[in-house]
Write a new protein. Structure first.
Length: 129
């Protein structure tokens, strides 16, 4: 992930939320809290507590950034967004509704692929997972 992308993601989710989502994107499969914690703690001087990581993942799931599924006595998490742009579009649509959708549709009128992706996002079908 480029510095610009990491910065945008951090602004949307906070630094730890951005790190957690990046770990899950890189994994390419659902991970448990413990697995995310282990990956986040690699190379860290002050390791993150299990409960800290669990709280961050739970909050991202509450925002529909992650999908949480029961697995044994715990949960596994996987991203519901494919990239930073999708996350940003979701937030704008959530915050501004119909006006935002109308603006996005108008802006991508001459770009059929972009318009198609926007329509999938509006329907809630990100095409991931």
């Amino acid at each position: 992930m480029t510095g610009g992308t990491a910065g945008k993601l951090g602004k949307l989710l906070g630094p730890l939320g951005a790190e957690a989502l990046t770990v899950l994107w890189r994994a390419g499969r659902p991970l448990s809290v413990r697995q995310v914690q282990e990956r986040l703690n690699q190379g860290r001087t002050d390791p993150l507590a299990y409960t800290t990581v669990m709280t961050v993942l739970s909050r991202l799931a509450a925002r529909n950034v992650l999908h949480r599924s029961a697995a044994g006595r715990g949960f596994i998490y996987e991203p519901t967004v494919a990239d930073v742009a999708e996350l940003a579009v979701r937030d704008v649509i959530r915050d501004h509704g119909e006006a935002a959708v109308a603006h996005f549709v108008d802006q991508c009128r001459d770009e059929p692929q972009l318009r198609s992706r926007l329509m999938r996002l509006v329907r809630g079908d990100s095409g991931t997972g």
